[in-house]
Write a protein that binds this ligand. Structure first.
Ligand SMILES: Nc1ncnc2c1ncn2[C@@H]1O[C@H](COP(=O)(O)OP(=O)(O)O)[C@@H](O)[C@H]1O
Ligand SMILES: [Mg+2]
Length: 304
């Protein structure tokens, strides 16, 4: 008899719709593999709900804040319930683009030049951009959001207008814009699985390019890189995964420009929808979606 699995999906982040899509796909896969599945959308007094259900293992299909940032992981630790993906510390570091980029730099992993802008305390942003030699166009983005939410590519002219849109975050990342190609790498069980290239029809790989099949982002698996470069990006992604102490499956997002890879971020709970990249990379390696999901459940544990 296989374990009962509690799938957490939905949640409180702005990515809740995507989480529901990921969750539904994983529930289908788990049922196909004959697991008994229960589902919970963790809102309000959900700890009592979890205690009533008494799962041994949680499949965490949440994305973004509260689900991917160490909060839910620490609750599951204290309830002594095993869970999929990374532990408390790796999750909280990876969701924070400022801290994770500082670690990448420390580990000599190339990441776009950046600084943190604080709406209340920082000097004039134009002065800071000049001082840091970042040059326009630049990218501004929230420090701990996902799905390209709040990511703006800015010229000198439209920066002020876009800055207004992110004011509620108080602190944001200001990053050098890296032209070139979009490459993403999946790491599973501490080994790099493969690299995929995305060619969005839109201006960049924004929310719509990620989730709308109509936006028609072209996925090229494997990423058409020369063999040496393909191996290099795999090596960098694995190094990033290990340097943050990630577990299970992660996906690292890169820009590739003038023969150089720039790591934008590492995702500890990558999307599992039907347009998602980790399942596509795994499929190319001969791992069917339901086997991928079952592996994740078998790999579930406590903070390791
Ligand atoms: N510095 C940058 N240069 C060029 N494109 C960028 C940069 N930062 C973000 N982008 C674009 O925005 C997308 C989302 O940015 P990312 O940092 O991965 O945040 P998210 O957590 O929202 O996925 C990237 O996949 C890329 O297309
Ligand atoms: Mg990303």
């Amino acid at each position: 008899m296989k374990n009962m699995i509690l799938v957490l999906m939905g949640g409180m982040s702005v990515e809740k719709e995507i989480s529901i899509l990921s969750g539904k796909a994983c529930i289908k896969a788990l049922r196909k593999k004959k697991y008994k599945v229960k589902v919970l959308d963790p809102k309000g007094n959900f700890i009592n709900e979890i205690r009533k259900i008494k799962p041994k293992i949680v499949f965490n299909a949440l994305h973004g804040r509260f689900g991917e940032d160490g909060y839910i992981q620490s609750i599951l630790e204290s309830e002594k319930i095993k869970y999929t993906h990374s532990g408390v510390l790796a999750s909280s570091i990876a969701i924070d683009k400022e801290i994770s980029k500082k670690i990448f730099i420390n580990k000599k992993i190339n990441t776009p030049k950046f600084f943190v802008y604080n709406y209340n305390n920082s000097l004039n942003i134009y002065t800071l951009i000049k001082k840091s030699k970042i040059n326009f166009p630049i990218v501004i983005k929230p420090i701990n959001e996902g799905s390209s939410i709040g990511v703006y590519i800015c010229t000198k002219k439209n920066l002020n207008k876009n800055l207004e849109k992110l004011k509620k975050y108080n602190r944001i990342l200001v990053e050098k814009y890296i032209p070139g190609r979009e490459i993403q790498v999946a790491v599973m069980n501490n080994k790099a699985l493969g690299a995929i290239e995305l060619k969005p029809k839109r201006k960049f790989y924004d929310y719509c390019a990620k989730y709308s099949s109509k936006a028609k982002t072209k996925h090229i698996m494997p990423a058409p890189l020369e063999s040496k470069k393909y191996k290099e990006v795999l090596r960098i992604a694995r190094k990033a995964h290990l340097s943050l102490g990630c577990q299970g499956i992660t996906r690292s997002d890169f820009r590739y420009y003038k023969n150089k890879f720039f790591l934008l971020e590492i995702n500890t709970q990558p999307g599992m929808t039907n347009l998602s990249l980790v399942p596509e990379i795994a499929a190319y390696k001969g791992i069917k979606f339901e086997n991928l999901v079952e592996w994740m459940v078998k790999d579930a544990g406590y903070d390791r």
